[in-house]
Design a binder for this molecule. Structure first.
Ligand code: AMP
Length: 281
C-alpha cells in the first residue's frame, strides 16, 4: 500500500495508474476510521476498483470557528493498519499546509442543496467540503468516488457539484453502517460517555419508527410524525438541532412521509452533535 503526503506525488501516481488502464476509486475521509468507512472501501472493491485511494484529512476549511477541529480524533497509525487490512492500495495523508498553500483563495460553493439542514446550522461547512472534495477529485481523478449515506446532505451536494462542474466520475453512495444498538457509526461517537451512548440510540429508534409508520399506513402526515420524533428525542435527554423531512433528491421540504422521502435529524447529546437519517423505501 502506497502512502502519500504530497499532493503532486499522489496526482502523478494516480495518473500513471489510470494510464495503465487500472480502475481507480477514491474514498474521502477525515480518518479515525471505523466500520462505516471500511464499508466504503469494501464497496469500491465490490465495484471492481483496482486502485482504492483513501484520503485521510481533517479538513480545517469545513469546520466553523467554534467547532471541534482541534479535538477531532486522529490516529494515523491505526488508520493505516485498517486501510491496509481493508484492501486500500494507497492512502493520502496531506497536511493542511500542503492542501492549502499560502494565500489559497479559490473555493467551491454549492448554492442550493447546501442552504438548509446542516448547511443552515454550520455556515461555510459545505463550501469547505466541496472545496476539499473538488481538490481530491483533481488529484486522484478517480473513475468513481464512494461516500456514505450517513452524510445524506453531503452526498446530495457532491452529486450536484459533480454534475454542475462536469467532473468525469461517478458518485457512489453506500448505506449507513450502525452499531448493534442502532447508533450510526461515527468518529464523533468517541466523544460520548456510556450514558450518552445509550441515550443516542433514540436517534435511530425515532427514524426506524417513522419508517415503520409509513410501511404500516402508507402516506403519513409529517407534522404529527415530526412531533413524535421530537418527543422521543427529548425524552431521551437530547437537544434537537433539527428534524426535517425532505425529498430524497431535491432536499425540498415535504408535507408527507412516503417512498423517496428522507428524514434527517441533528441533535446535541451533551456537547456532541450527532446526525442521522433514513431514506424511506
Ligand atoms: P468522515 O470521516 O466522517 O468525514 O466520513 C467519511 C465518509 O465516510 C463520508 O462519506 C461519510 O458519509 C462516510 N461514513 C461515515 N460514517 C459512516 C457510517 N456509519 N456508515 C457509512 N458511511 C459512513
Amino acid at each position: 500500500m502506497k502512502i502519500f503526503t504530497e499532493p503532486k506525488k499522489l496526482q502523478k501516481w494516480c495518473a500513471a495508474r489510470r494510464m495503465e488502464g487500472r480502475k481507480v476509486a477514491l474514498v474521502p475521509t477525515m480518518g479515525y476510521l471505523h466500520e462505516g468507512h471500511l464499508s466504503l472501501i469494501a464497496e469500491a472493491k465490490r465495484r471492481g476498483a483496482q486502485e482504492i485511494v483513501v484520503s485521510v484529512f481533517v479538513n480545517p476549511v469545513q469546520f466553523g470557528p467554534n467547532e471541534d477541529f482541534d479535538k477531532y480524533p486522529r490516529d494515523e497509525k491505526a488508520d493505516l493498519a485498517k486501510c491496509r487490512a481493508a484492501g486500500a492500495t494507497a492512502v493520502f495523508f496531506p497536511t493542511p499546509a500542503n492542501m492549502y498553500l499560502d494565500a489559497h483563495s479559490v473555493y467551491v460553493n454549492e448554492e442550493d442543496l447546501s442552504k438548509g439542514l446542516c448547511g443552515a446550522r454550520r455556515p461555510g461547512h459545505f463550501r469547505g467540503v466541496c472545496t476539499v472534495v473538488a481538490k481530491l477529485f483533481n488529484l486522484v481523478h478517480p473513475h468513481f468516488a464512494v461516500f456514505g449515506q450517513k452524510d445524506f446532505q453531503q452526498a446530495a451536494v457532491i452529486r450536484r457539484m459533480v454534475r454542475d462542474l462536469n467532473f468525469d466520475l461517478d458518485v457512489v453512495v453506500a448505506p449507513i453502517v450502525r452499531e448493534p444498538s442502532g447508533l450510526a457509526r461515527s468518529s464523533r461517537n468517541t466523544y460520548l460517555s456510556d450514558d450518552e451512548r445509550k441515550r443516542a440510540c433514540a436517534l435511530s429508534q425515532a427514524l426506524f419508527a417513522a419508517a415503520s409508520a409509513v410501511k404500516a399506513k402508507g402516506k403519513v402526515p409529517w407534522k404529527a410524525e415530526r412531533a413524535k420524533i421530537v418527543r422521543r428525542l427529548e425524552s431521551a435527554g437530547l437537544v434537537v438541532d433539527y428534524v426535517e423531512a425532505v425529498d430524497g433528491e431535491t432536499l425540498a421540504p415535504v408535507k408527507r412521509l412516503e417512498k423517496g422521502v428522507a428524514v434527517l435529524l441533528a441533535v446535541y447529546c451533551g456537547k456532541t452533535r450527532l446526525i442521522d437519517n433514513i431514506l424511506i423505501k
